[in-house]
Ligand binder design. Sequence first.
Ligand code: MEZ
Length: 494
Amino acid sequence: MSFPYTEEMMESVKKVEATRAARMAAEPRRMTAEEKDALLEQYHPDYNLSSFAEIIVGPNKGEKAPKELVELLQAKSRVQGMTLDLAHPDYDVDVLVIGGGGSGASAAIEAHEAGANVMIVTKLRIGDANTMMAEGGIQAADKENDSPAQHYLDVMGGGHFANVPELVEKLVMDGPDCIKWLNDLGVLFDKDKDGNMITTHGGGTSRKRMHAAADYSGAEIMRVLRDEVQNRKIPVVDFTSAIEIIKDTEGKAAGAVLQNMETGEILIARAKCVIIATGGAGRLHYQGFPTSNHYGATADGLVLAYRAGARLLYQDTLQYHPTGVAFPSQIYGALVTEKVRSMGAQFVNVNGEAFMHPLETRDVAASGVIREVSRGNGVHTPLRDGIWLDSPMIDAIHGEGTLEKRLPGMLRMYLRYDIDMRKVPIVIYPTLHYQNGGVRVSVNGMSDVENLYVAGEAAGGVHGRNRLMGNSLLDVIVFGRNAGQEAGKQFKNV
Ligand code: MEZ
């Protein structure tokens, strides 16, 4: 196979191969604590929070939210000037779930379980969501050498202790039960020959607690949740966007104004409780970054909740996944799962130097990649300079056939462009991946507006200023279920 790499790139590949050979020849042993410290200093001697803040906030530094979001928040209401007949709604339900991804589906299932009359409304179709695109896995501390307390410390440390502690506690305490719930619903998690779940490390995690279904974990979870919604006959109104939250005379959420995306028709949904589960904002391409997000991730939940009177948290912090595709340009910005690094692939610069530990937290790793490229040590490709991710290392460490078995989606994605990641490294650069903040919620999932719940990426506080790998899928399931259960209880009292 001839790779579409330039001669210059192939020259650099030889240097990466030499680094790999030297690493494989070195006698494997654990590093001492002193060696680890020295290495960390060498990797990011001038790393500190404020230097990273400059990278993430960039030209908007000092503003509370990126300008793209400020514009959306200031946009005039789309229902102004329209006469709406709230007395004769088109839909009348106990619980209205806005959003058809992992958190919306989980919320709907639990509210239905509680006996509520539930409806999902989604501007695309159920499953058209970031959950579907999640690759690497879902974290939960359910192994003997692990504990929710250990998980808690990792999440707080990863989030720079800006996390809301009660939300983190809920996340980690409910984690093991969520894995069981998903497994019982039929998610085909990776298991060994004895039926035990296989778990791996992620950046910033002190234990192997990443549960996966190859490298299409989110798609597998979404498949099962969608089936469950269908089995329960929960109505789904698709291609219909929520454009305003309706509040009653006491200021409580009481439904939503909807708009059919195909016909433009305005519809009224009345509800005793509303759950916003519309995901994040990555598709706004803040600061012109490419994104790993699906095309519906346009901050809808933030805007809906804010206009209804809810508060937003940490709008100045976004997550750049360190490994987005930099080459080939046809898939620029697509996600290269962190699992590639969990399984041993190193970041290597154009000179063949492995300059950073592969399992740094994402904020450190993304800033490390940007810094290395800006120092002129990037791999030159036609679209943008990036960094090698030494994917052939995976088979070198774990044996031939491992990459094919554990990362089939990645392998296929690159083979389409004549790049065999088992044989040559791939070029990466950070891609806009996640909104760390979101709508402020209490531990029962309710926003500052009564009867308005927010779950999943639309809500903020769990991850502080930086999320760890696999905690988004967990957040989506834990807090989606939680909002559904709480709304289910609530509707009985309304
Ligand atoms: O949690 C994530 O964002 C995740 C697991 C992504 C990935 O690298 O696969």
